[in-house]
Design a protein around this ligand. Structure first.
Ligand SMILES: Cc1cc2nc3c(=O)[nH]c(=O)nc-3n(C[C@H](O)[C@H](O)[C@H](O)COP(=O)(O)OP(=O)(O)OC[C@H]3O[C@@H](n4cnc5c(N)ncnc54)[C@H](O)[C@@H]3O)c2cc1C
Length: 296
């Protein structure tokens, strides 16, 4: 277990925004995770689990919390089942599955992040969600390790019943036998579509808002004329209006301002409320004494 202090979190988010965390605890196995919890309980700290930081907007001041960074990155292939550590990177997993000719996640090609984060968010694209292939997961609830079956996880659109304070440690994926040719041509199609329509390679956290039922959030924001709209170094992508880009030194509040502008304009014009997909991590401050930790 490695405990660091006052760690700059912008390095751990794909949008490159985030202040320092009081503690940053890296855990590589179950014993270390238990010890990390003893530490957190002794210090009476709030905590937050960090995956690949690819769907996160973190406040850019010091947060009096412990960030837990799991480093579980083992992988085992057992027939058509793959048992994978929560910190295994999704793009590397998709490459591995191609080599093993195990099909089921090709549509998720080029989604950054880790398998734990992808399961927590029920990440998906092009008609496929990771929840469709999750057989079971192992989580740590602060006291013990528990296994939860896929059909008990409550996978829905970018949502699960996994509690915010649980830590996913391992995931069992049930895949089907595929062929390298078919799989790689689907992966390539997905990559080409992504590069055409999304600001790939830029500092962003992916989709800002969930698509409201029957609509595309990007289309609604675009119809309000907001593509290219800026607040300092934060900009609504010209390629896809549901992406915000950090073009330099964008701050937490710059991004929030753009999000609020998009919500307000879409509400006024279409009467539709946009719900954030991005997870926002901040401490509420009303008075010196109370420092609540919250995220959506
Ligand atoms: C360019 C780009 C394109 C993207 N395209 C898509 C897309 O097409 N579809 C899509 O669904 N998403 C997309 N995303 C968003 C993001 O990549 C996914 O949501 C991803 O699954 C998040 O994983 P992460 O490991 O980065 O999680 P983080 O961003 O680190 O965390 C997200 C949430 O998961 C929780 N979490 C992370 N790891 C664990 C764990 N081990 N145990 C418990 N909770 C955990 C965190 O606490 C947090 O609440 C995109 C992002 C970018 C930057």
């Amino acid at each position: 277990m490695r405990i660091k202090e006052h760690v700059i979190l912008s390095r751990y988010t794909t949008i490159g925004i985030g202040g320092r965390s009081r503690y940053f605890i890296e855990v590589a196995n179950k014993d270390e995770l238990k010890k990390a919890f003893e530490f957190i309980k002794n210090k009476n700290l709030e905590y937050f689990v960090l995956g690949g930081g690819s769907n996160l907007l973190i406040e850019d001041r010091e947060l009096n919390i412990a960030i837990i960074k799991p480093r579980f990155s083992d992988i085992k292939v057992q027939g058509t089942t793959v048992v994978v550590g929560a910190s295994f990177k999704l793009p590397i997993l998709i490459k591995t599955l191609l080599e093993e000719e195990l099909s089921g996640l090709e549509e998720l090609a080029e989604i950054p992040g880790e398998i734990g984060g992808a399961v927590y968010m029920n990440a998906g694209s092009y008609g496929r969600e990771i929840g469709e292939v999750v057989e079971k997961i192992e989580i740590f609830n602060g006291d013990q390790f528990i296994t939860i079956k896929g059909d008990e996880i409550g996978f829905s659109y970018r949502k699960t019943r996994i509690k915010r304070d649980w830590i996913i440690t391992r995931v069992w994926l049930k895949l089907s036998k595929g062929t390298r040719y078919r799989m790689s041509s689907l992966i390539n199609t997905v990559k080409i579509r992504r590069r055409k329509s999304q600001p790939v390679g830029q500092k962003t956290f992916g989709s800002v808002f969930k698509n409201p039922e029957g609509y595309s959030a990007g289309y609604l924001i675009d119809m309000c004329g907001l593509k290219g709209h800026r607040k300092n170094d934060a900009k609504i992508s010209e390629k896809h209006a549901n992406f915000i880009i950090n073009t330099g030194k964008a701050s937490f509040s710059d991004v929030l301002t753009l999000m609020e502008t998009a919500q307000k304009e879409v509400r006024n014009r279409f009467g539709i409320e946009l719900e954030p997909e991005v997870i926002i991590l901040k401490e509420d401050q009303d008075g010196q004494k109370r420092r609540d930790f919250s995220c959506n």
